[in-house]
Design a protein around this ligand. Sequence first.
Ligand SMILES: C[S@@+](CC[C@H](N)C(=O)[O-])C[C@H]1O[C@@H](n2cnc3c(N)ncnc32)[C@H](O)[C@@H]1O
Length: 211
Amino acid sequence: MEQKKYWDDVSDQKQFTTPFQADAFCKYVNSSSRILDVGCGYGRTLDELYQMGFHNLIGIDFSKGMIIRGQTQFPYLDLRVKESGPIDLPAESVDAVILFAVLTCIRENAEQEALISDIKRVLKPNGILYVNDFLLNTDERNLTRYQKFQEKYDNYGVFQLPDGAVCRHHDEVWIKELLSDFKQEMYENLTFTTMNGHRSNGFCYIGRRII
Ligand SMILES: C[S@@+](CC[C@H](N)C(=O)[O-])C[C@H]1O[C@@H](n2cnc3c(N)ncnc32)[C@H](O)[C@@H]1O
């Protein structure tokens, strides 16, 4: 199933619960910072920031369904459908970007690299990139599905859920390589509960665009 269609189809059902590391993020931004949430879903992270006094916020997501749900639930947020191609914002126009559980939806290295490069373009010099995502696990359930789908997707850690979602759990080495153009400010290993109620390894990263 095409992934954009998948997220549209579940846009009224999924509740995203992975906690946003607000305390860590807020050390690097202030209330007037222009913050862009890429793959914002229905906007729950931006709403959390809004309630904390951040009002210069934009959310983009390629799923129209997610954006419509967010616009209904949080009408005061600026949520926009992201069309294919580059992010529709000028170069060096935002102070911080949030990328929260989005890499897990992008199975190919090249596509992840293109998104990170575009994020770098829209960030101001010294701008902040916050990434939360999933890492490889070693339990039997995960090992079985990584092996089952390795050949099909030609990338260890990519797997398909019974409902059609294709997800990726990442090798930490790949994440470090992907983000190597940024200066790492913070990196923490975490354990998450996924949107389907399972436990998974994950990380929270904060980096700075090198001028
Ligand atoms: C697991 S959800 C997380 C949503 C949100 N970041 C949160 O944590 O509440 C992933 C979201 O990323 C969006 N997405 C996936 N790939 C995308 C892409 N290439 N461009 C824009 N949005 C994308 C999906 O539509 C979905 O809403």
